[in-house]
Design a protein. Sequence first.
Lengths: 547, 204
Amino acid sequence: MTVTEAPRDAAEAAVAPSLSAPPTGLAAVVGSGDPRTIGKLFVGTSLLFLIASGIAGALVGIEQLDSTGNEIFGADTAVRVFTLHSTAALFLGVLPLLLGLATAVVPLQVGASTVAFPRATAASYWVWLVSGGLVLASYGIDGGPWGTELDAVGLYLAGLIAVVIALTVATISVVTTVATLRAPGMSLRRTPLFSWSVLVGGSVWLLTLPVLAGMLLLAFVDLRYGDGQLMGGSAGVYDRISWWFWQPTLYVMAVPALGIIADVVPVFARRRHQRHSAAMFLIGATAALGFGAWAQLGVTLDGGGTAPWLGEGPWIVLGFLAIVPVLGLLGLWTSTLFAGKVRLGTPLVLSLFAGLLLVGGFAAGGATVVDALDLDGTTWMTGQATLVLLGSVLAGLAGVAFWAPKLYGKLLPDALTRLGGTIVFLGALVAAVPLAIAGTLSQGRFVAGGIGAVDAGDVDTVELLDLVSGIGLAVVVLGGVVVALALVKRRSGEGPGDDPWDGHTLEWTTSSPPAIGHFATLPEITSEAPVYDARHAAAAASTEASA
Amino acid sequence: MATTATTDLEIFSEAPPAPPARPRVLLVGTALAAGSASMVLLTLVALYARLRADVIASGEVWLPEGSNLQLTPGGMAMTTLLLSLLTAGWIVQALRNDDRGHALMAFGITLLLGAAYINIVVYGWQQLGLGITSSTQALLIYTITALHVALVGLGMLYLAVMGFRAVGGQLTGRSAEGVSAAVLYWFVTVGLFAAVWYAITITK
């Protein structure tokens, strides 16, 4: 037995004497190393965390209704709730949602029997869950950024370090799966676009997440054993994290989301993805441009934060350059849809919504680097982050709806899923656009001075915009609840069949849900859409025979 | 193992099965993990170098008064780890030749050199003359070196596990991928110490 063993062959398992019945219920979940089970756990839990994060964000928006008073929290608490909202959205929401989907789907797409390290993946989920709970609990005992209880701030840092390590381990597992366990004949150029996006995006995550872990480790040591001067104590903690919410690092979160859209569009256009290799290049370029560990606040011996890269050439060039691959992908998807016979299924609708939000987010990043507009450090950037992160969430939901037969063995209820996704899309616009407008009126990011920088004549307008943005996040939460309801009320009755969408890639050759081990044998893969090719070859043969 | 293909795809499933691939799962996974671990340590080393450069540029001395950062322990630690590269390479070579006796000897010596390295680092801490709370410089030095000791400890654990598997006869000849992975990780930790050694001990 090796550390990396695959599940036993079903036939072998049937012949071997069984000493005890396989675990069921909670024991089966807790002890499972099945990537589908772990992926579903990641997806379900991250959706709950996202809803909690959205509620926190909505409360902060309402808090800012009147800058002279405190509607819900005190001013000190409000800023901490904002950090809870943003930290939970990213590290407990978006990243694990996409990672969970990848854990469940990537082995099926590349023709592997399981992920590369099933036990490590299972361990990473439980570590992530427990440490994520510790991160949230630390806020309850006056920890987190700007917390006054140093032990609780330490707990927050330790919990977040463990979250980052868990996400790193899960990423290593899926990236290794794509790199080494592809079916015979499936060269990298024939890899499905979602798996490709996980490979390239995950590789950049693996270069970026450890940098965050290093900074958090130093902040922890400084807090526990130093005088807190180097990293700024509890007030400086958020400076070590905040670079994940602005470009270029923000973009690397969206890479798997681009892969999901790229896999959904051709299936619902009922034709191959236009220029598959070009799409691979564009997704890879987005990942490469998203490496942003260099663009974080610097550290000085007196605890001051510097940003020497701000306004410099690379920062400006990258801001504009990052738009190009996303626009290129949008062009390819439009071309694919126009060339095909479009079927407006729910996954496609959600994917299109996600694509629009992502394009808006990337374009907003281009405006940020224009010095004359003076948008850097304002809520324009918060609005941009909202668009990119919620665009990624919507793409994740599109992926859940698309691969639901493989994840759950059922399709999601169409109307409910589409309604939930539409509400999330509209809520995202209502949440992001007012923040962007408030940014043009010089409202500083919430943790960087906020409304204090706004001209006196604009204060009422900005307060109203903040309230509208908070309402937008509340609408997003409502949409999330509707989608969660759709997940709970999966279509009952008979299963959806193995391939309800007429898919293009290998996962659609397995049963719904797939049996453990997925594939007994695989033929040599000769294209990036083997199932599509096989289906068309069969149709052509049938036509020829009848003629 | 059950695989349900759709009726449409019969032509697809009729194709002859391809030969099984021989993936290097553990090696690639270890390489990715080692790369991630490197990024954690190199982040701290880069921060150290940047702060040091800022202080020196302002005309001040980097290391605080009373510190005693000796070249000898650092040099010995580097030499010890360089020697361990040879013995780690010896493990792989011996297993490829199905020479389990030499492989086990190489495992043992490598682990011994790893323990010697940790001993030297702890000696260096005792000689440093700075408490971790005494200054920012000390905080950084202790954090970076302790993190590297932790990475070496992980490497020793990895090598030990693979050593036990070799003893059990699971790793022999060309199928010793697990050992290659552990040795790869070991090489990376030695490379990382070279960066730490240069940034802290040599430049002072």
